[in-house]
Design a binder for this molecule. Structure first.
Ligand code: PRP
Ligand code: ADE
Length: 176
């Protein structure tokens, strides 16, 4: 949890029963509309990672891009998109993961970074952890060193962060 965690949490809206009954959807759009809050969010990540020699921020399609791009800009490092299947035009490597119903796949360009580069993986939210874990595994398979996986929101009741840690990756969440 970051020093701004409680404040960031207070500007995220929970929409009950969306996109389906029983889901409490964490909507970050009020946070994005609030320029002071968005600045504090990006600053929380910058503060944590600015001395960690990050070579690239790998951000997950699509909401991860919102925080990943300004973070890479501020850290002065590369930005690497981890995209959903079928969106990247060059040679890709991919990782399949399980959703609540069915399967999904994330992809990375094979030349996205150099062997041994220090990579920070970012997304907006960890629920089951399947998406973040697939992205981290993909980066490891590509020869990158995953320094940490970072998210705005962790939903601890769903056990995602624990699952990612059990797979050997560090997890940081601004709020939960
Ligand atoms: C959401 C969210 C995370 C993922 C978390 O993405 O942005 O990437 O789900 O769920 P998990 O921990 O159970 O894997 P979504 O697939 O809805 O895509 P979007 O960012 O394009 O809205
Ligand atoms: N992705 C998966 N579960 C989510 C939730 N509860 N809120 C926002 N995005 C999500």
């Amino acid at each position: 949890m970051s020093i701004y965690g409680d404040y960031i949490k207070s500007v995220i809206r929970t929409v009950p029963d969306w996109p389906q009954p029983g889901v409490n959807f964490r909507d970050i759009t009020p946070l994005l509309q609030n320029s002071a809050a968005f600045r504090k969010l990006v600053d929380s990540f910058v503060h944590r990672y600015q001395e960690m020699d990050i070579d690239a921020v790998a951000a997950i399609d699509a909401r991860g891009f919102i925080v990943g791009a300004p973070l890479a800009y501020e850290l002065g490092c590369s930005f690497v998109p981890v995209r959903k299947k079928g969106k990247l035009p060059f040679r890709t490597i991919s990782e399949t993961y399980t959703l609540e119903y069915g399967e999904a796949e994330v992809e990375l360009h094979s030349d996205a970074f150099r062997e041994g580069d220090r990579i920070l993986v970012v997304d907006d939210l960890i629920a089951t952890g399947g998406t973040m874990l697939a992205a981290a595994k993909l980066i490891t398979r590509s020869g990158g060193q995953v320094v940490e996986t970072a998210t705005i929101v962790d939903l601890p009741d769903l056990g995602g962060a624990q699952r990612i840690r059990e797979a050997g990756y560090s997890v940081f969440a601004v709020c939960s």
